[in-house]
Write a protein that binds this ligand. Structure first.
Ligand code: MG
Length: 287
């Protein structure tokens, strides 16, 4: 099931995508929760019931008539792993950046989250704004000390992410957090594809374009630490909650490696096989 959060006629609600329509969840089940986080937390039985109700329904509104919003705008955590694709670690090593010996984690502060087609703002204090195509994971079940074998069972779904980065701020400190956390630098969407619809999250084509020029292209199989290893690592430290977001790393050909940083007017599109695409235009930060 593809769970979207959208605005139509001035009202923001959640729904399920079918073909080129979105059906409000309340039309499928009057008792359905009002947030995607709660739907995921309710578990596979509710998702299976909603999926059955969606078959053959004729209600809903055309996707073209709605504005898609960030599916989970109020995540409690947005964690991201750095240098996690073999080809990206190699390009970083060529630039003199040491390849980490362990999983390298940082926060994207949750205030960076923005919608799949919203503007992303070039900070007035950065001249090195960059993109990173990434597969996003959303946790579906409260968990701690999750084994690698059990990790798939705590995933609620997947989404397309752009880990937008201010490189000059990223490298000002070893934690990366400031350079990864500017407002609007966490576009996500276009919806959450629930885990039952993703046969193998480590075999998805992931691509990124800037102004129609393809920059990044990889399979999610290129990860150094796979999603299950990532969840195992994080859950040894903290309780993971439904709605928590994880960005699983980017592949080669980020802007800094090409010597091309994002500028106002640039259009950045990220697409992942089976999960849809997001497209964000770079704009000057509002005064
Ligand atoms: Mg990243």
């Amino acid at each position: 099931m593809k769970l979207a959060r959208y605005t139509h006629g001035g009202v923001t609600t959640i729904g399920a995508i079918t073909g080129e329509r979105v059906v409000p969840l309340s039309a499928l089940d009057q008792a359905a929760p009002s947030t995607i986080r709660e739907v995921l937390a309710a578990g596979p039985d509710l998702i299976a019931r909603l999926t059955r109700a969606l078959v053959g329904t004729s209600v809903g509104v055309p996707l073209a008539d709605v504005r898609l919003e960030a599916p989970i705008p109020d995540a409690q955590k947005y964690l991201a792993i750095g240098m996690n694709y073999h080809d990206h670690a190699e390009e970083a090593a060529r630039a003199g950046i040491k390849v980490p010996e362990n999983q390298l984690w940082f926060n994207k502060q949750v205030t960076c989250i923005t919608g799949p087609y919203d503007p992303i703002y070039k900070p007035r204090v950065s001249e090195k704004m960059d993109y990173e195509a990434e597969l996003g994971v959303v946790i579906g079940r409260r968990c701690r000390y999750v084994s690698i074998e059990e990790a798939a069972s705590v995933v609620g779904g997947y989404f397309v992410a752009n880990d937008v980065t201010a490189r000059d701020w990223q490298f000002k400190s070893p934690t990366f957090t400031l350079g990864k956390s500017f407002d609007s630098h966490g576009p996500m969407g276009p919806w959450i594809t629930t885990a039952d619809e993703v046969m193998d999250p480590h075999a998805l084509d992931m691509k990124l374009w800037v102004n129609g020029e393809q920059r990044q292209s990889a399979s999610t199989g290129g990860m150094i630490y796979n999603i299950w290893q990532q969840i195992h690592e994080l859950s040894q430290v903290m309780t993971l909650e439904p709605g928590d977001l994880i960005a699983t790393g980017t592949c080669a050909n980020v802007g800094i490696a090409l010597g091309k940083f994002l500028q106002p007017g640039d259009v950045v599109r990220v697409e992942i096989q089976g999960l849809g695409h997001i497209e964000n235009t770079v704009a000057d930060e509002p005064v």
